[in-house]
Design a protein. Structure first.
Length: 101
């Protein structure tokens, strides 16, 4: 196979096939729910907790968390996010890269 050094053969398996005793948890997709920006803070906290569990399970890198979260914002939440980002850009502040910020 390409990329293998001389004398080595790279073993490739079709998607979903694993060696005996191996398990893969990455062979299915998880749904990331949308958030529309309702005024009830409990709805937001529930949504965020659900998202955090999904990211932890799928080992999503920290630098991708904020971008994925922003993609799932709808209606008022999306407008608010756009306004915050525009305001930060006008003030020449760096982009938000962590959920905590």
């Amino acid at each position: 196979m390409f990329g293998a050094s001389s004398g080595e053969v790279e073993e490739r398996r079709p998607s979903g096939q694993h060696r005996e005793g191996e398990r893969s948890y990455n062979d299915f997709k998880l749904y990331i729910p949308k958030f529309e920006g309702q005024l009830d803070p409990n709805l937001f906290l529930d949504w965020l907790q659900n998202i955090e569990r999904i990211f932890e399970y799928k080992d999503v890198l920290d630098d991708k968390n904020v971008n994925l979260l922003a993609l799932k914002l709808r209606k008022y939440a999306s407008i608010r996010w756009s306004n915050v980002m525009a305001k930060r850009a006008r003030k020449r502040k760096e982009k938000i890269k962590t959920r905590e910020k």
